[in-house]
Ligand binder design. Structure first.
Ligand code: HEM
Length: 493
């Protein structure tokens, strides 16, 4: 088992600077009550792009410049290719048997390969096209009903139902009775996983964990989520036995995992507990991030009517003859992709990405980072840093900045440009990027194709509330209530 003790600091090392610390809570008082990515950006302005905090008892290096991010995720990627496993995650993820929080090593390498080659490959993402189109059609019908009644749509509820249904169908298939219970338990697990709870802040004290009740809740979450996943896996196993196995592109991801388990030749034990943890990962990583991105895109477009008009005109022109958006032709849209890129710049779904853990003593911009240190990259701060986004308006939503001739032309989010890192970079970069983007693109294009969108009660769109909520992802704090106005009939209504 890995040690959760703080690494020994000091003694001839040149550690990164940081704000003053208090006993027990460390640097927490500098962050408390604020959104961590915002507080960390403000602290980094004073202490520099490589900054040392102590979050409770966990030494944490916060990286806030393009150069420092490149060193962590490219130059020394291998040294930072592990993840810290907090006590609550240890329970929820059954000792890190999943991929997202797996420590660097054979187990992670094998799962990563399965993810990129099988579960999340371009071909597999394409195989779920019909599922996405059906779920988008359901959402469009609900919006059309609201439009007919002159009612508003609560966008988070609508978009999360769309993404959750599409993801759950892709992962576990169509037959899933406990979907709502499952998604609620998953929500709680994601909340606990955000850290910043007593058990994770003071990992060496079992007493703190016990007294705070966090560990009990983590166990309850585990029981609820994995009880349901257990049923799903058993049902798939029975079906496979009955059908005599099989493969093909109509498989859901549970089928794929069970088939891989069956295949001989695997070098590592791929037991059913691992399969369950990976199922948990796919649904939890895929839903919240994608929903959040879509919701911010809609909010920014409503707040910026010119961008909305340009995007809407483009989509309507491209698909007018067909009467509906077709996924395979989405590549023809140019501005819509810039809208998504600009949304991911201002609202990276995971503002501090996912934490890395330093596996061997290393130097970042000349500062020593001891083994065992947690390292976070403030992608949110990078995306709004005036040094990298010239033009005097890094906070403004302006997709045109990415156009040919624009000041950020050619800057992409594929992990090579370190000022734009919504999916991270390097060995631990998000393997679900294509999966997530496929849903965002189809849903966004369809919403704009069929409807105009208004924010009732808001005279000046610029006043739309854009406050972020606390969590491992940056959801919107205020509900996004929009009124759809039907412009192009929705098929089947
Ligand atoms: C807009 C949607 C998404 C965003 C913004 C996003 C973002 C991220 C980020 C920032 C990381 C950490 C990268 C790093 O440490 O460098 C990550 C990891 C990961 N994501 Fe995503 N993600 C999205 C969608 C998805 C989807 C749809 C899936 C799967 C269905 C997925 C699966 C994963 C997995 C398995 C990892 C862990 C990879 C590893 O540790 O090796 N993601 N994602």
């Amino acid at each position: 088992k890995r040690q959760l003790r703080a690494p020994a600091h000091g003694h001839g090392l040149r550690l990164a600077p940081g704000p003053w610390q208090l006993p027990v809570i460390g640097s927490l008082h500098h962050i408390a009550g604020q959104l961590p990515h915002r507080a960390m950006r403000d602290l980094a302005r004073r202490h520099g792009p490589v900054m040392l905090l102590r979050i409770g008892e966990v030494p944490t290096v916060v990286v806030s410049s393009r150069e420092a991010a490149r060193e962590v995720m490219k130059t020394h990627d291998l040294a930072f290719a592990s993840r810290p496993l907090s006590p609550t995650l240890r329970v929820i993820l059954n000792d890190g048997r999943d991929i997202i929080f797996a420590p660097y090593g054979d187990h992670w390498r094998q799962l990563r390969k399965i993810c990129t080659v099988e579960l999340l490959s371009a071909r597999r993402v394409q195989s779920f096209r019909a599922v996405r189109e059906e779920e988008v059609a359901t959402a469009l019908r609900a919006c059309a009903e609201a439009a007919a009644a002159g009612a508003v749509v609560e966008m988070h509820e609508r978009l999360s139902a769309l993404i959750a249904d599409a993801t759950v169908r892709a992962v576990v298939g169509d037959r899933f009775e406990s979907r709502d219970v499952f998604l609620r338990a998953l929500d709680r697990a994601v909340e606990l996983a955000a850290g910043f709870n007593p058990a994770d802040l003071w990992p060496s004290s079992r007493l703190v964990g016990r007294l705070s009740g966090v560990m009990r809740r983590a166990h309850e979450c585990y029981d609820a989520v994995f009880g349901i996943i257990d049923g799903i896996v058993k049902e798939h196993q029975q079906r496979m036995t009955a059908a005599g196995g099989g493969s093909g592109m109509d498989e859901d991801l549970v089928d794929v995992l069970l088939r891989i388990q069956d295949d001989a030749g695997l070098q590592f034990p791929f037991d059913v507990e691992i399969i369950k943890a990976v199922i948990f990962d796919m649904v939890s990583a895929g839903t919240e991030t994608t929903t959040t991105t879509l919701e911010w895109a809609m909010a920014e477009l409503v707040r910026n009517p010119r961008a909305m008009e340009t995007a809407t005109t483009e989509v309507r022109r491209a698909f007018a003859a067909h009467g509906a958006v077709r996924e395979h032709a989405l590549g023809e849209l140019r501005y819509l992709h810039l809208v998504i890129r600009e949304t991911l710049r201002l609202h990276p779904a995971a503002p501090l990405l996912l934490p890395r853990e330093c596996r061997e003593p290393c130097r970042v911009l000349g500062y020593d980072v001891p083994r065992g240190t947690t390292v976070v990259v403030n992608a949110w701060a990078l995306g709004r840093d005036e040094r990298y986004w010239p033009g005097g308006d890094p906070e403004a939503f302006r997709p045109e900045r990415f156009e040919d001739g624009g000041e950020a032309a050619g800057v992409e989010f594929k992990g090579a440009d370190f000022e734009l890192l919504p999916f991270g970079s390097g060995r631990r970069m998000c393997p679900g990027m294509a999966f997530g983007l496929a849903s965002v693109e189809l849903a966004l294009a369809s919403l704009l194709f069929h409807f105009d969108w208004e924010a009732p009660g808001i005279a000046d769109p610029a006043e739309l509330d854009m406050t972020e909520a606390f969590g491992i992802t940056t959801r919107r704090k205020a509900d996004l209530l929009l009124r759809p106005i039907l412009r192009v009939p929705v098929p089947g209504v």
